[in-house]
Design a protein around this ligand. Structure first.
Ligand SMILES: O=C(O)CCC(=O)C(=O)O
Length: 270
């Protein structure tokens, strides 16, 4: 990416609070992560302890929030994974995917820091299978219960779809400009169940990346379309940013790319 287009993209991310980068992930990297998702789903359905302990089923989400999955009986989807968490602990292919350089380059460019100062924080796969995938609230990722820095300016999330994703199959919806509030107002804000006026649903193909600002309002409805929708969500941050809290047990959280490639977990900053 040349300097001019990188500046344009960084400006667009700063103004809109999200950015779609076309074909930023190679077919090879997609193949690696898809194979890991498939294998982890099989393990989850069979009751694998690690997959179950780090995830939630569609049945659990549907039971807790029936309004997000109308017409679906939780018993029918009790073993179907909705969320696969702590990816680096589940399958070495996830680590290979998470080490993929373009993901780090995107995070570095949008956070305005050199790649050597970017750290991985956590990653999940969020699944909304055709016909039974639940919706979610409209919310901001600042604050979040996983890993958070004092300032929202010091982290972001990359959303990497494994299937074509749009409003037809519960693609992630975004409200442009909604990140332009203070950190205090973002913290005081409440999640809602209804799409805000002006929400848009970017259409993405596998290989595209949706970058979202921690204060951007985003969400979506249930998947009643014909196409599955699996999405990898990865949080990166600036290594020097003071943390308010950090996900216990999240493998490789706070690793630089180099440390991740060695499979090491460094000490958190003082
Ligand atoms: O599943 C999605 O569509 C978006 C994921 C999300 O909302 C999040 O990571 O906060």
């Amino acid at each position: 990416m040349d300097g001019e287009s990188q500046r344009f993209q960084a400006r667009s991310y700063a103004e809109q609070g999200f950015l779609v980068l076309r074909q930023a992930v190679s077919q090879q990297a997609l193949g690696t992560v898809r194979a890991a998702v498939e294998a982890s789903c099989v393990r989850y359905r069979m009751g694998d302890e690690r997959c179950v302990a780090n995830g939630y089923s569609i049945g659990q989400v549907t039971k807790a929030h029936p309004e997000r999955n109308p017409g679906v009986d939780p018993a029918d989807v009790r073993n179907e994974p909705f969320l696969l968490g702590n990816l680096a602990a589940l399958d070495p292919r996830f680590i290979r995917f998470l080490s993929f350089r373009p993901l780090w380059d995107i995070a570095a460019a949008m956070l305005g820091r050199p790649e050597s100062e970017i750290v991985y924080r956590f990653a999940q796969v969020l699944r909304r299978p055709a016909g039974v995938g639940p919706g979610q609230s409209w919310h901001r990722d600042f604050p979040n219960p996983y890993v958070q820095t004092e300032s929202a300016a010091h982290f972001l999330r990359l959303l990497v779809p494994m299937h074509p994703m749009s409003s037809a199959n519960a693609g992630t919806g975004v409200l442009a400009g909604s990140h332009l509030v203070s950190d205090g107002d973002a913290t005081a804000g409440k999640a809602t169940e209804h799409p805000p006026a002006g929400a848009q649903f970017p259409s993405l193909d596998p290989g595209d990346v949706l970058v979202i600002h921690p204060k951007l309002i985003h969400g979506g409805g249930p998947n009643r379309g014909a196409g599955d929708r699996d999405l990898a969500v990865i949080q990166f941050g600036w290594s020097q940013a003071p943390l308010t809290h950090c996900a216990e047990g999240e493998r490789l959280s706070l690793a630089t790319r180099e440390a991740m490639r060695r499979g090491e977990r460094p000490q958190p900053p003082d």
